[in-house]
Design a protein around this ligand. Structure first.
Ligand SMILES: [Zn+2]
Ligand SMILES: [Zn+2]
Length: 164
């Protein structure tokens, strides 16, 4: 695993690679964090590299993020062929399901549980009951907090600058 990782890293000198506890891509620093501690370490490394090669710098909406996640796995599969790595289809689907679940929870109206419409990076609107709610800029926080029916003044736009 380490030898393959070294080859992947050597082939992409335009990016900085950092061994870490988790895998992520930081467009701001052109930095890919990766871990070889997990069985899916190389898959994670290729996935983050794919984000980097695809030039993913931010995402406008949750759907946009989901699309970028799918395309990053597609690109990772191409890279895997080149390095003779077999990507576990179940692992890829699990990763995508995590995003789908996250996006789904954020999109559900806290009042009537209808599926809402995302109106901005952090705002959803329910067409059924008129409820508006605010979602976190982070993928790792609770899915939403209620803001009532009047639109809340916009918080500072979050730095959506890290892909995992
Ligand atoms: Zn509603
Ligand atoms: Zn990703």
């Amino acid at each position: 695993m380490e030898q393959t990782a070294r080859k992947i890293i050597a082939d992409h000198p335009q990016f900085t690679f950092v061994a870490s506890k988790t895998a992520s891509w930081s467009p701001r620093d052109s930095q890919i964090s990766y871990t070889l501690a997990s069985a899916f370490g190389l898959a994670g490394l290729l996935h983050e590299l794919a984000h980097a090669l695809l030039g993913h710098t931010n995402y406008a909406t949750d759907i946009d993020l989901l699309h970028k996640e799918v395309s990053a796995w597609e690109k990772a599969a191409t890279l895997a062929d080149r390095y003779h790595i077999t990507l576990d289809q179940n692992h890829m689907q699990d990763c995508l399901d995590t995003y789908r679940d996250w996006a789904y929870k954020r999109s559900i109206c806290p009042s009537c549980h209808a599926n809402g419409l995302q109106t901005a990076a952090q705002d959803y609107h329910c067409l059924n009951c008129g409820q508006q709610w605010h979602v976190s800029g982070s993928r790792f926080c609770r899915p939403y907090r209620r803001t009532g029916h009047t639109k809340k003044s916009q918080d500072t736009v979050p730095a959506l600058s890290r892909f995992v």
